[in-house]
Design a protein around this ligand. Structure first.
Ligand code: GDP
Length: 383
């Protein structure tokens, strides 16, 4: 197979789709005849592209315009490299590719689905324009040779927006159990002045839907039982000022620490340093958690995780086995789950070990890359 991966989201930007695109491309590069990634140029991309073990072609159009410019951006590459399948990491660049797909100039077109991009309504104030956008979205999904949602929840969203596709293959996200491993967290704690207090960690982009405010609101009840518990928030994003305001308002200055965006080599030390990992996402439609890769990353580091019954998180956490799930937007339930884990080192160890085992056995990028590639090959072979 000669495969072109087209993605709006790619490192050095940070996020789930960026991780997904990079990790799959890396593995497919070893497994197919030819692999090339096409994505928008961004600051710092030259270093990423030099290190990539496959060609990365950066388009001149910025991310949002890639939706319009996809055809012009990739068709010369498709012809020159005799590409026989195009994999879109999200549907948005798809509309201008449907013509070449129907004409057979793109022999196969595959589309991944995550969450937010299936619901977001950029033209909500202009109903006719939005209806046209919804139609395009359905056309791209319906016109693909196969769809790859990252969770059962995301597969449900595809149906909910009116696409009934005969070939929907749910392939959950993964992580890398060789990179995310259990180990010592003392050095990270020392570097960030976290001491040896019971440490709860969130890692993620600071956006409202990650429910960091709900964890902050759970702290007064949690601290009634664990007065020295510390909540560290790693990651950067637009919600930071609001969250800092909430911490001040609740008088929790000594209970919460904002660590900012972490360098890639700080992720594993941060996860190892915590006693419990939590992300309390909410369905804040259209902003939803399609899966939650960070839960796998924390699990692979042997950490017990707490998440919510929101979006695809129940596919990322096996409730009672690799972590605990609580209702969304429920600080009382969060305080209960976090307190239960801080109380019980044996439970923490059991959930952490099971989280690691699940990543090693199934929830890893090798498995995800293999499963998607196998399905693409089956389609390409005309099955
Ligand atoms: P999403 O961004 O909402 O899709 O959330 P996910 O949990 O699915 O994916 C987030 C990805 O970004 C994970 O691989 C995280 O490790 C990564 N990430 C989040 N915050 C940071 C950060 O501050 N630094 C770095 N280097 N990676 C981060």
């Amino acid at each position: 197979m000669r495969l072109l991966v087209l993605t709006q989201d790619f490192p050095p930007a940070i996020g789930g789709i960026e991780t997904y695109s990079w990790e799959l491309a890396r593995r497919w590069a070893d497994a197919v005849e030819e692999l090339v990634v096409v994505c928008p140029r961004q600051r710092g991309s030259a270093a990423v592209d030099r290190a990539a073990p496959f060609p990365v072609i950066r388009t001149r159009v910025p991310c949002d315009l890639l939706a319009l410019g996809a055809r012009a951006a990739i068709m010369p590459i498709v012809r020159r490299r005799r590409i026989d399948a195009v994999f879109l990491a999200q549907w948005q660049p798809g509309p201008s590719l449907l013509g070449p797909r129907r004409a057979g100039r793109i022999p196969r077109l595959f589309v991944a689905a995550h969450g937010r991009e299936l619901l977001f309504a950029p033209f909500a104030g202009a109903p006719r324009l939005q209806a046209a956008c919804d139609r395009l979205r359905r056309d791209v999904l319906a016109g693909a040779d196969a769809l790859f949602p990252v969770s059962r929840y995301t597969a449900g969203l595809i149906r909910r927006i009116g696409v009934d596709h005969p070939r929907v293959v749910v392939v959950g996200n993964g992580t890398d159990p060789a990179r995310f491993t259990p180990g010592e967290g003392a050095a990270f704690r020392a570097r960030h002045g976290l001491g040896d207090r019971p440490l709860i960690l969130t890692l993620g982009r600071l956006v409202a839907r990650k429910g960091i405010d709900d964890v902050i609101r759970s702290l007064p009840a949690l601290r009634a039982r664990h007065p020295d518990a510390l909540y560290a928030v790693a990651g950067g994003g637009p919600d930071r000022a609001r969250l800092e305001g909430l911490v001040a308002e609740l008088g929790l200055g000594d209970a919460v620490r904002f660590l900012g965006r972490l360098e890639a080599d700080e992720l594993v030390p941060a996860l190892r340093a915590c006693d419990v990992f939590v992300t309390a996402s909410r369905d804040d439609e259209p902003d939803v958690e399609g899966f939650g890769i960070v839960f796998l990353e924390a699990g692979a580091c042997g950490r017990p995780v707490v998440g919510t019954f929101a979006g695809g998180i129940p596919d990322a956490i096996v409730d009672g086995e690799t972590g605990l799930l609580v209702p969304q937007a429920d600080p009382t339930a969060l305080a209960g789950a976090l307190g239960r884990l801080l109380d019980d080192p044996a439970l923490r160890r059991r959930l952490g070990a099971a989280g690691r085992r699940r990543v090693v056995e199934v929830a890893n990028w090798d498995t995800a890359a293999r499963r998607i590639l196998a399905a693409m090959r089956e389609v390409a072979a005309g099955a």
